[in-house]
Design a binder for this molecule. Sequence first.
Ligand code: HEM
Length: 399
Amino acid sequence: MTTTLAERWGIDQRHFWMHGEQPAQPVRHDEARKLWAVSGYQEAVQVIGDPQRFSSDLVPLLPIDIDPALTDGNLIQMDPPGHRELRTLVSHAFTRKVVADLEPRIAEVTGELLDEVTGQDRFDLVTALAYPLPVIVIAELLGVPASDQQLFKEWAHALFASQAELSMNEDDLAEQEAGMSEQNRPAAEMGEYLLAHAAERRSKPREDLLTKLVEAEVDGKGLTDAQLANFASLLLLAGHVTTTMLLGNTVLCLDAHPEQLARLRADRALLPGAIEESVRFMTPFTALYRATTTEVEIAGQRIPEKQVVTVQLAAANRDARQWADPMTFDITRDPNPHLGFGRGIHFCLGAPLARLEGRVALNLLLDRFPALRTDPTTPLKFMSSPDAMGVSELTLLTS
Ligand code: HEM
């Protein structure tokens, strides 16, 4: 029997799609977790395309009281019309031009980070580049000191540390509750930190995204302090952990497919396609959650109202009914309508930034190290959260 990539890499069985497995039913009830799991591509599109019947606000269904001051302004958990108003407002500050203008700075930071490891015979890609680059970029963009990275790392760690999957099973409630209350403290600390910076911008405006967010208005209405702090927290978190995974995963996938890496080295125009395929093949944000607002029927399954639905983006990105050779990594796959950045009204606001960072950083990495390869003697490490798929340690040999 041949060893699959997932076996070679030591990937947890919970990430079943990585092992070439798909559930028999595209929509099924997960008895153990007491929620509904959607793994089919078309079904996933149906759920995330219908915010009226599948709400992003799970708070009313969760077993714990969450202080509304911690969630107001967290775009990802909002529904229309509030979502539309806030997204319009923040889109005025976080524009495509703001992102495109970052290209030279991304190249400069990448160059400086790579200088630190040039001349070494091996380095860990995550510590050297994949973690610090997105943090520095999002911190500078927001206008908070990049030197506070250690703080951001601690908050991100505390917020992503839980190894428990979301479960509505009463037997798991105590664990869920403990996990969620543990997250309240770092979430509040991060909010206070960003609020203090935002308050300073109200009196002393600067050339940064926090100032733009303080000043942004639609129909004469701006963001409240709580909204501002929560949205900036979302950017700070979403802006780095996922891009770290994107960079590491792309290098890992290319290393496992040397013929495609060679083609890419010879023709860098293939890089955007390689990044998209990495997001499909090793989807960093593996699952989203929604709550039914009414009884719905999907793929012949009747789901009552007020049920939690998990949309398994990573599994949908390998659904054989949608994709030719879904288990094959192919940097020339075209079209590649993967769901790795979501779809519809919540489509990832940071996708242009993630793509830009990926393109600039990976291009420079390939330029700087013509013989880069993974170290077969050091085991890989992956993020511990079940809803994340990404290398957390990736030792590379430089010759
Ligand atoms: C939303 C994935 C990078 C900010 C989303 C969603 C996904 C996603 C799947 C949809 C969530 C939902 O429908 O419930 C990713 C991946 C990334 C990435 C895979 C990197 C590879 C970023 C970056 C930023 C960012 C760099 C910010 C700088 C956001 C925000 C939302 C979002 C603000 C919420 C949008 C809304 O609710 O309207 N992301 N993301 N993301 N992402 Fe990303």
